[in-house]
Design a protein around this ligand. Structure first.
Ligand SMILES: Nc1ncnc2c1ncn2[C@@H]1O[C@H](COP(=O)(O)OP(=O)(O)OP(=O)(O)O)[C@@H](O)[C@H]1O
Ligand SMILES: [Mg+2]
Length: 218
């Protein structure tokens, strides 16, 4: 079953750039690389899947929700089914590791005790529970990305969107983060990872969707 589908999607920013014609789908549990040169439209595609940008033409479908017919209230629900990580981690700098993750669970109305258990579990999953009382600036880049990944999987998303997640990391740390994403995928979470690191793509045997100048190439 497809959980993400983009059908002839075009979208322009006010400047005129954006994407022209994007076509691909993601199966439940699949790991997909989104590749292409800088400016090709990889980040824009992830924003479209997150409903942060809306297509001008075509259709984006995520689960049961379509860009053509969604209600406002469905967007919040949709985003809870997606986890997202970025190249620059984007942690809350004034909160410790534990709070960075507890924060996203509180807005779902989860009970205090359950939040505590869930935070400890995801921090253990990413191998960093011993640093739970550290502030982000006390962590290395790789550790910060582990926290960001823990936060992204805390709501048990159907799909994890990763925008150049290894872009700020040295090659060994990048490999570790890739291994972590593989483990998360093996446990059933679908992953879409945008990258222009072809070495990483070559090392991992996953389907590749290539974008050039806003168009998906076969
Ligand atoms: N916020 C924005 N406002 C205006 N134009 C934008 C914006 N974000 C991206 N663009 C333009 O849209 C096009 C696609 O950009 P996008 O960021 O999706 O590329 P990318 O493939 O992620 O590139 P990179 O590998 O450098 O991250 C580019 O021409 C870019 O200049
Ligand atoms: Mg990008």
């Amino acid at each position: 079953m497809n959980i993400v589908r983009l059908n002839n999607v075009g979208m322009n920013y006010v400047t005129g750039d954006g994407v022209k014609n994007i076509n691909f789908e993601l199966e439940q549990g699949e790991f997909l690389f989104l590749v292409g040169p800088s400016g090709a439209g990889k980040s824009t595609v992830l924003k479209l899947i997150y409903f942060e940008e809306m297509p001008f033409v075509g259709e984006v479908e995520v689960g049961q929700i379509s860009s053509k017919s969604h209600k406002r209230s469905e967007i919040a629900y949709l985003r809870r089914q997606l986890g997202i990580v970025f190249q620059d981690f984007r942690l809350l700098e004034d909160r410790n590791v534990f709070e960075n993750i507890a924060f996203v669970l509180r807005v779902t109305g989860m009970r205090r005790q359950d939040i505590k258990k869930r935070v400890l579990r995801v921090l253990t999953d990413v191998g960093i529970s011993h640093k739970r009382y550290k502030m982000p600036h006390e962590l290395s880049g790789g550790e910060q990305q582990r926290v960001a990944i823990a936060r992204a999987i805390a709501n048990e998303p159907l799909v994890l969107l990763a925008d150049e997640p290894t872009g700020n990391l040295d090659p060994d740390t990048a490999d570790e983060i890739m291994q972590l994403l593989e483990v998360i995928n093996t446990r059933g979470t679908a992953v879409i990872m945008a990258t222009h690191n072809y070495n990483l793509v070559k090392k991992h045997n996953h389907r590749v969707v290539r974008i050039e100048e806003g168009i998906t190439r076969a």
